[in-house]
Write a protein that binds this ligand. Structure first.
Ligand code: SF4
Length: 951
């Protein structure tokens, strides 16, 4: 007997060839098993076999685990096979301190045919000890788990001829990641019976590199006569998709196949999860409109639907049912939370109010929602106890609190949970067969998952206690897969390997490894294939699934706006597709779709709201048609709404504040809405270029700080005068270069941007330093980044500046002090934005410099002589100075900024009063549309789209 190996690329007809041989084997009256990866594939395969023959007798479609169990039974093994909850309980009893991942690790060791002795020989004594303990615990109770069964079945097959039914053939399909146990089983069967295996493989092509070792071993066994190599077939596929398959991963794709026509291939570059969801919903809607049914459309991406809640929600909002292998922890589902609460009511000696309320609020208690709310309301205001409230509500709530029969006082804890679960479903949906709504289907699926999980503990002695059962429920993960036949599937690439669809939308192509290599399935003791090769093979499988249309989707930035570079996998796909331009682009800024293309209610409302800015009557008419009148009317009326903050939770926080930042108070003076947006709403900045103003400002601050700390010492001078300017410039350039090296390019084009940024910085700082040298003053820079107020300040400065109702904190960029040890000092603040003149500081209520000067005097103990703002970009120097102190100040101070001593002191006190007034307004939530100037509002403010000022 020998092995027959059927290989070929995707769509070569391998499965058809395998089914043909399998049906012929059955037709000849011989027995044969057909192995498939899992239960889902089993159902699909059985349907496929029936579709190919008028009748099938003796078909035996199984998984590998079933085969291992059969082999054990054939050799007289009668032990109970432990799995699911039962295995968890026995394992925890045997190894109470073991980590939760140990069960999965034993599983991997079993698949790699490694027993405790092998693990010890491999050098992991502690794991070997736990592993041996686990096996003895199994032996004590006459149990075996599936992992151990694999090892023992292979051993039985090697030594006992009766382990496999004489002459029974074995066929295998759908495995491109055979474990060692599975591969060994195939080779051992092939030595005594017919074995036929189909594998996706084409020699020399990189997408199949991961399979080269296993194909090599199986090919040796098959011999040249046993290898059937099928060529790529068309199989009614779009010619562009067929060409893409031929070209993918090829060093010279044009020699392998012509550039594909792009009729069947689309590419999408999207920003963030929202962009991805919108493009995908649009593509699915387009496919459905073209007449393709839901089952023939698949969305394939790493982790399936697990990380894509937004996509699933938007598909549902668009009226498109989507199903995915959605694994969720039971305790995180509403059903799980309600079950937990019910078990507390049944088992806890004194159930808490929170448990009672969780249960009553749930849909499975049968309590009328309005009565629960009415009972809860006085409790929230501490006016009544829940006990009294329930009593007042009477019969309906008392009935809901009655425990389902059997949920307390049952024979076993698992039995009590089963009774509770049945009671929940019955209360929510009644005794008779309910109408199969989505909610009923979901409830039944969750209830069935819990019951079948707990059923596995039936044979465990002693029966699991209540606390053990609770632990099991806390760990239970259930599949939320729904059963609507016309739903779109959202699949992980591993689950999509054998599907056949018309349209496939492949997501996650921005992930360098396409989701591979992140799982805990790596084990140092188990040889694993190269993860890069696994990823490339999965990408190949995913893009070769559709017959009509393939959409390749890549996120070009994450949800924070950080760019995501194109991966090697994406570049390979683009080369194979002939470098097409993106068919779809979706940026963060593309907030509005054309109304006719908006697939969901939310997007239609957004489009209509956009129209309302220019054509209000038409927008209100369309809103009526789209059923979003309320939302649009509210949006249209928004500019007229009161802007004062009234939510007690917000106002309470503001009232309790003791410390306010200088820049915050200053910003409040520009416009209190700006303060609200920047300090309370805090919208995230996206698409931030590497040379943005903030980064330039930070860099300039760092360079200037270092310059004034390092260079005077290097030049052995306290004041850098005109004679030192040239040497000082050399040092400044050095510091800029050292700081620039720390900036990493993020996207293509950044190296050039960074070079320009460095060049601009050297130019601006050179101008500043030359100016400072020309106008050298007796006061010299002595302190930098001086904090006052708050935890970051030095002891003695933490209280900050007292302005009356509160204290103020801040950080002064630079303090220039008198080297002659008088108390006189000046503050300097660097700006990358426009700076205010002395007149503007006093007229427009710009508080930063006056408050810094007050802090200089009252917190830092120096006598202020002036405060200057220095524009890094333009080299301008403005501010306010005391004209009586000009002898220690720089020479280039504008005449307009020189104040008499009395004016100077009055400016400082006026700033204190204004700061106090603003603090009181902030504490009061007094937010208005009150821009300092109309020009700020109309031309310069970034928040016009947010603050709802009437336009
Ligand atoms: S747009 Fe005008 S009102 Fe609105 S935040 Fe800006 S300055 Fe204030």
């Amino acid at each position: 007997m020998a092995l027959e190996l059927i290989i070929g690329p995707a769509h070569a007809g391998k499965i058809a060839a395998l089914y043909e041989r399998y049906l012929a084997e059955l037709a000849a009256g011989r027995t044969a098993a057909l192995v498939v990866p899992d239960q889902t594939a089993k159902a699909v395969t059985e349907r496929e076999l029936l579709a190919r023959a008028t009748g099938v007798v003796g078909a035996d479609v199984v998984t590998f685990d079933t085969l291992f169990e059969r082999i054990a039974r054939a050799t007289g093994d009668r032990r109970t096979v432990l799995h699911g909850a039962a295995r968890q309980v026995v394992l925890r009893r045997a190894l109470p301190d073991a980590p939760a991942t140990l069960a999965a690790r034993f599983d991997r060791l079993g698949s790699a045919l490694l027993g405790p002795d092998d693990v010890r020989a491999a050098g992991d004594a502690s794991l070997a000890e736990s592993y041996a303990l686990w096996w003895s615990a199994l032996d004590e109770q006459q149990f075996v788990d599936r992992a151990r069964l694999r090892i023992e079945a292979i051993a039985a097959l090697r030594r006992d001829v009766a382990a496999w039914p004489a002459g029974e053939a074995l066929f295998a399909q759908g495995f491109d990641d055979l474990s060692l146990a599975q591969e060994t089983l195939l080779t051992l069967i092939a030595q005594r019976a017919r074995a036929v295996v189909s594998l996706p493989y084409e020699a020399g092509r990189s997408p199949f590199a991961v399979l080269t070792p296993v194909v090599g071993r199986l090919a040796d066994l098959a011999g040249s006569g046993g290898i059937v190599e099928l060529p790529a077939g068309a199989f009614d596929r779009d010619p562009g998709l067929a060409a893409l398959e031929r070209r993918l991963g090829e060093a010279e794709p044009d020699r392998r196949a012509e550039r594909p026509s792009l009729a069947g291939i689309a590419t999408a570059e999207v920003e963030g999860e929202r962009g991805e969801a919108e493009v995908v919903v649009g593509c699915v809607a387009e496919a459905l409109r073209s007449g393709i049914v839901g089952q023939r459309i698949a969305i394939i991406g790493p982790r399936g639907a697990a990380d894509r809640t937004r996509l699933v929600r938007q598909l549902r909002e668009a009226g498109i049912e989507a199903v995915g292998k959605d694994q969720r922890a039971l305790v995180k589902t509403p059903f799980g939370r309600a079950l937990n609460a019910l078990l507390s009511l049944a088992w806890a000696p004194e159930p808490t109010d929170s448990d009672r309320l969780t249960w009553l609020r749930s849909a499975w208690s049968g309590a009328p929602a309005h009565l629960v709310e009415r009972s809860e309301r006085p409790m929230r205001r501490s006016l009544d106890t829940l006990e009294n409230a329930i009593e007042k509500a009477g019969e309906p709530l008392l009935r809901a609190l009655a425990l389902p029969p059997g949920s307390r006082g049952g024979e076993t804890a698992a039995g009590e949970v089963a009774a509770a679960v049945r009671g929940m479903v019955q209360r929510a949906h009644g005794d008779r067969a309910p109408v199969a709504t989505a909610m009923v289907r979901e409830d039944v699926a969750v209830a069935a998952a819990v019951l079948s999980y707990l059923q596995t503990v039936d044979g465990v002695k002693p029966a699991p206690s209540r606390s053990e059962v609770r632990e099991l429920l806390a760990e239970l993960t259930i599949s939320m897969r729904q059963t609507r036949a016309d739903a779109i599937c959202i699949l992980d690439p591993r689950d999509a390997r054998t599907i056949d669809v018309d349209v496939a939308i492949v997501l996650g192509l921005e992930e360098p490894m396409f989701g591979v290599g992140t799982s805990a399935a790596q084990d140092p003791l188990v040889e694993a294939p190269d993860q890069n090769e696994v990823a490339r093979h999965l990408v190949y499988s995913a893009v070769t699934r559709p017959r009509r249309r393939l959409v390749l989707v890549r996120r070009v930035s994450d949800d924070e706006g950080s760019p995501l570079a194109a991966t090697a996998i994406w570049e390979d796909l683009m080369i194979a597709a002939g470098e097409p331009p993106p068919t779809y682009r979706r940026r963060f800024s593309d907030a509005v779709l054309p109304l006719l293309e908006a697939p969901t209610v939310r997007e239609r409302a957004r489009s209509i709201a956009y129209l309302a800015a220019t054509d209000r009557p038409e927008a209100l008419r369309l809103a009526g048609v789209a059923g979003v009148s309320g939302a649009i009317r509210r949006a249209v009326a928004a500019p007229r709404r009161n802007t004062r903050l009234v939510d007690p939770r917000v106002v309470d926080v503001l009232r309790a504040r003791e410390m306010f930042g200088v820049t915050e108070i200053d910003r409040f003076g520009d416009c209190s809405q700006i303060w609200f947006i920047e300090r309370r709403l805090r919208p995230n900045v996206i698409d931030q270029p590497i040379d943005n103003r903030l980064r330039v400002g930070t860099l300039a601050h760092t360079v200037l700080g270092r310059f004034y700390k390092e260079v005077p010492a290097l030049l052995q001078t306290t004041v850098i005068g005109p004679d030192d300017a040239d040497r000082a410039m050399v040092e400044m350039v050095r510091i800029v270069d050292e700081e620039m090296i720390k900036l990493q390019p993020i996207v293509a084009g950044d190296p050039l941007t960074l070079e320009l940024l460095g060049w601009g910085l050297r130019r601006d700082l050179a101008r500043l330093i030359q100016q400072a040298a020309r106008n050298a003053a007796p006061l010299v820079p002595t302190e930098f980044e001086v904090a006052f107020g708050g935890r970051g300040a030095q002891p003695g400065r933490k209280e900050g500046l007292n302005v009356g109702p509160a204290h103020v904190s801040g950080k002064i960029d630079r303090i220039d002090a008198d080297p002659a040890f008088t108390a006189r000092a000046m503050v300097v603040d660097y700006k990358t934005s426009t700076i205010s003149t002395g007149a503007q500081i006093m007229r427009d209520g710009k508080l930063q410099i006056p408050l810094y000067l007050l802090a200089l005097r009252e917190v830092l103990g120096r006598e202020p002589v002036g405060g200057l703002l220095v524009s890094i970009r333009k080299g301008h120097v403005r501010g306010i100075v005391d004209v009586d102190e000009l002898d220690v100040l720089p020479a280039n101070i504008s005449r307009e900024d020189r104040l008499s001593h009395d004016e100077f002191e009055a400016a400082l006190e006026a700033a204190r009063s204004e700061a106090a007034a603003r603090v009181l307004r902030i504490r009061d939530g007094d937010v208005r549309h009150d821009p300092q100037t109309q020009m700020l509002c109309e031309r310069f403010c970034d928040y016009r789209g947010i603050c709802r000022v009437e336009k």
